[in-house]
Design a binder for this molecule. Structure first.
Ligand code: HEC
Length: 104
């Protein structure tokens, strides 16, 4: 038990040093690592995102889209949007889509 607690404490400590974004949850860290290069830190598409026709995440279309349909787009891809099935777990995809809601 003591060993487990020590491991838990050590990994918590390591995680908090490794990614300050962790304070906002795992979704934020995934977004930063995998999505930001196209969708921008604040949800406004970067030049790369724009060239592939990514909408701002706060566009009316995406605001009214259901979370389930956005999860489906991230899982299966959509036009130039890459598919993340097999690269992220279902739980990670859900977390990162929930994080994109905070950018709307
Ligand atoms: C290589 C660039 C690129 C990366 C990386 C990328 N996206 Fe996208 N994303 C796009 C483009 C382009 C679209 C627009 C697709 C369309 O509607 O034609 C899009 C669309 C979306 C949409 C809207 C889907 C819909 O149903 O209209 C969401 C939500 C989204 N991306 C989330 C993410 C998340 C979360 C990640 C990281 C896990 C991510 N994207 C990574 C390019 C990217």
């Amino acid at each position: 038990m003591k060993v487990l607690l020590t491991i838990a404490a050590a990994s918590l400590l390591a995680a908090s040093f490794a990614t300050p974004a962790l304070a906002q949850g795992a979704g934020a860290a995934t977004y930063k690592a995998k999505c930001q290069m196209c969708h921008g830190a604040d949800g406004q598409p970067t030049a790369a995102g724009k060239s592939m026709k990514a909408l701002p995440l706060n566009s009316p279309e995406l605001k009214k889209a259901s979370t389930a349909s956005l999860i489906a787009s991230v899982t299966n891809g959509k036009n130039k949007m890459p598919a993340y099935a097999g690269k992220l777990t279902d739980a990670q995809i859900k977390e990162v889509v929930e994080y994109t809601r905070t950018l709307q």
